[in-house]
Design a protein around this ligand. Structure first.
Ligand SMILES: [Zn+2]
Length: 298
């Protein structure tokens, strides 16, 4: 089974969104779409570019409009990368007789999925860490992703973007501590991206010995990494790439870091994110150091 992604302007929501259709009836290839309406098709021995109007008919269209309407046996016309019409299949076919036709029978067209928290380089940990509980980083001196060099980070991030698109994901919030090394690979895939440089100020040596102490130098370095990412990436690719501020996790962040993270987000007009209640260790640690549970601490 192959798939492709169509970017379109939703007439109801008044904003650009993405749709994906799954097709096994005709030969299509995983592809990345661009706002100019061209479709670069990957995964095949030749590059095929769709520029003409395309219709998808006899399919199920899940709109996610305010009424949550779902149309069955319906048709859609896509023109210059945007949805031009939705209606009964015969009407769509009559209105666009010269279109590149796709029979969507047995398949569905639906909005692209939003992955609101991911670590793309964790593809390098797949099959290694799953059996060891969480948080695994406390059981091992490093992780698979921690051993990757910059070139390998690009390879694994490309693998992750391809899997994401193939699975219907079109928007990602990527959280990592080395994003500039592979941000170009993520962005070139055509995804809508939110990038967040992860930072904490826990003193690693003390933490390894079970003590919660915090490092001002580490706080400053993390803030600088986040600021650098924002200045170099926020708004790139016609606003398709934006940034978040990401304090790492409650037990690993001092009150000063949490305040600084929020201030940075406010200063740049950005949103922020944090891990929360990931593990018993986190809850125990925050209870011990702050006297409250993680959510109350935040
Ligand atoms: Zn995470």
């Amino acid at each position: 089974m192959s798939s492709w992604v169509i970017q379109y302007a939703s007439p109801n929501a008044g904003r650009v969104a993405w749709h994906r259709i799954i097709s096994s009836g005709r030969k299509h290839y995983p592809s990345f779409s661009y706002r100019n309406g061209g479709y670069a098709v990957l995964g095949c021995s030749h590059r095929r570019v769709f520029r003409m109007t395309t219709t998808i008919t006899n399919t199920t269209i899940v709109t996610c409009d305010p009424q949550r309407a779902v149309y069955y046996g319906a048709g859609m016309a896509i023109d210059e990368g945007r949805i031009a019409a939705i209606g009964p299949s015969d009407e769509i076919e009559a209105r666009y007789p010269d279109a590149d036709r796709v029979d969507g029978r047995g398949h569905a067209v639906f909005p692209g999925m939003v992955n609101c928290h991911t670590h793309m380089l964790a593809t390098a940990d797949r099959g290694i860490l799953e059996d060891f509980g969480f948080p695994t980083t406390l059981r091992f001196p490093t992780t698979g992703r921690g051993l990757l060099d910059p070139e390998e980070r690009n390879v694994f991030s490309l693998l992750a973007t391809a899997e994401s698109i193939r699975s219907g994901g079109t928007t990602l919030l990527e959280i990592s501590d080395s994003i500039p090394q592979y941000a170009d690979s993520l962005a070139d895939a055509g995804l809508r991206l939110f990038l967040a440089e992860n930072f904490n100020d826990i003193d690693d040596e003390q933490f390894g010995a079970g003590r919660y102490e915090f490092s001002e130098a580490k706080l400053e370095a993390g803030l600088q990494r986040s600021a650098d990412l924002i200045s170099s990436w926020h708004g790139r690719h016609n606003e398709r790439v934006q940034c978040f501020v990401a304090a790492h996790a409650p037990e690993l962040c001092s009150p000063a870091l949490l305040r600084s993270a929020v201030e940075m987000a406010d200063r740049h007009g950005l949103r922020y994110t944090i891990h929360l209640s990931q593990s018993p260790l986190e809850v125990e640690g925050v209870m011990r150091t702050r006297g409250v549970r993680p959510t109350q601490y935040l």
